[in-house]
Design a protein around this ligand. Structure first.
Ligand code: 4NP
Length: 150
C-alpha cells in the first residue's frame, strides 16, 4: 500500500487489509510505504489512527517508511492510492513483471476509470471517514479476488 507520506492513506489501507485477511483466513503479508521520505519513522496521522480505531483496527504501532525498489521483488502487488503515486512508482520499476505489479487501488472497484483515494492530509476529519469507506470497499474486493483465484 503506497501513498505520498505513508502517514494517512496507506497505513489505513494496510490495517484494513490485514484485518480482512485475518477474518477470511487469507494468509498474506501486507505492508505500506510512502513515495517520499518526509515522515520516515513517524506514527500514522492521529486522524487515521482514530478512524481505524472506530472500526476496531489498531494501526498505532505502524511507522512510516519510504518505498524502495526492493519492494518490487518483495511484494506480488503494489497498490497505490492516487495517479501521482502511480507515476512516481512506475518510474522506478525496471521490467515488465515489476511494472505490472503496480495498480491504482480503487481500480479494483472501478476498472473503467483511474480513481484516486483523495489525500485527506489538509482536509477535515470527515475526509478520513470517506477514505476509510473507499479502502474498506477495495480491500473486500482484493480478498474476494484472492479467494476466487485460490
Ligand atoms: P498520505 O498524506 O500521503 O496519505 O500519507 C499526506 C501526508 C503528508 C503530507 C501530504 C500527504 N505532507 O505534505 O506532509
Amino acid at each position: 500500500m503506497v501513498c505520498l507520506g505513508n502517514i494517512c492513506r496507506s497505513p489505513l489501507a494496510q490495517g484494513i487489509l490485514e484485518k480482512k485477511s485475518k477474518e477470511s483466513n487469507v494468509n498474506i503479508y501486507v505492508d505500506s510505504a510512502g513515495t517520499t521520505g518526509w515522515h520516515i519513522g513517524s506514527s500514522p496521522d492521529l486522524r487515521s489512527i482514530k478512524v481505524a480505531k472506530k472500526y476496531d483496527i489498531d494501526i498505532s504501532h505502524q511507522k512510516a517508511r519510504k518505498f524502495s525498489t526492493y519492494d518490487f521483488k518483495e511484494f506480488d502487488k503494489i497498490y497505490v492510492m492516487d495517479t501521482s503515486n502511480y507515476r512516481d512508482i512506475i518510474r522506478l520499476c525496471s521490467n515488465e513483471k515489476e511494472c505490472n505489479k503496480v495498480q491504482l487501488i480503487l481500480k479494483i472497484i472501478d476498472p473503467e476509470n483511474n480513481p484516486s483515494v483523495p489525500d485527506p492530509y489538509y482536509g477535515e476529519e470527515d475526509g478520513f471517514e470517506k477514505i476509510y469507506r473507499l479502502l474498506e470497499n477495495a480491500s473486500s474486493k482484493i480478498i474476494s479476488e484472492i479467494l476466487i483465484n485460490e
